[in-house]
Design a protein around this ligand. Sequence first.
Ligand code: HXC
Length: 288
Amino acid sequence: MFADKMLRNKLVLVTGGGTGLGKAMAQRFSELGADIALIGRREEVLATAAGEISREGGRVFYRICDIRDPERVATVMRELEAEAGPLDVLVNNAAGNFISPSERLSHRAVDAVIDIVLHGTLYCTLEAGKRWIEHGRPGTVLNIVAAYAWTGSGYVMPSAVAKAGVLAATRSLAVEWAPHGIRHVAIAPGPFPTEGAWQRLAPTERLASMMQSRVPLGRVGQPVELANLAAYLISDYAGFINGEVVTIDGGEWLSGTGFNSLRSLDAEEWDLIRSLAKPGRKDQVPPG
Ligand code: HXC
């Protein structure tokens, strides 16, 4: 469905691009003609990913960078610009998350997640945006949020707080920086079982199967599905989309609130419910 090399002449920086969805996006952008810059915390992971991606032919650069360190973010952006040229697209993909009852979280656990997801995203965005504005160049920021950025979620509370902040940043800067030709877009992914995420979010078979059964389409997402959406959103075809979040979750969030989860009830249980509510029972309380 995509025009050949539709991302040609774009340099795309993907944070957390050495693994998981970040790597899948980088791979797809490269196939579509983009130059890629990967940043992440582990050199061997980045080197391997860069090697795999560049095998398809495109230019791939990488730098070690923990996005929680704003000085390092600035240094890396400067170095990449010197080596690869000016950046066109920033993909804020790097995240940290794990499931835990909130009463078991230490303040360090809260910081670990919020520092990566919210602060790290803002450090990268500010650094890229300042450069674009200073040089009068257009740019695009793609943020990865979550459907629970709107609703909040138990058991991943710091991530929900941080993703809500990233959503607010997406919409704030979509307006503030639009006059500079800088677009902001975001994706809210549902369950995509990558190794890093599943180890922390669905470490048992039961949890993994619960993740899948929450999705009305009855399956989890494939990384390439998200990568294709991301490719469209950062491309010039999406040039008039600004401040929008696209959810890609098989319908999960629609079934995740209110009574929608009752879809798991079987016929027998519905019979029982019906009998309990049967009109005419002596002890029945009229509705309302
Ligand atoms: C309880 C935990 C914990 C866990 C860490 N901590 N993991 N507490 N349960 N599973 C606590 C530690 O005990 C420590 O507190 C504090 O958190 C910091 O932990 P460190 O391991 O020292 O931190 P650090 O090395 O900085 O690692 C950050 C991390 C880690 C976020 C904790 O998981 C990480 O690096 N994650 C990156 C990759 C990732 O998370 N990918 C999944 C993203 S999925 P104390 O007090 O003991 O010192 C995602 C999807 C969202 O975002 C949408 C889903 C549908």
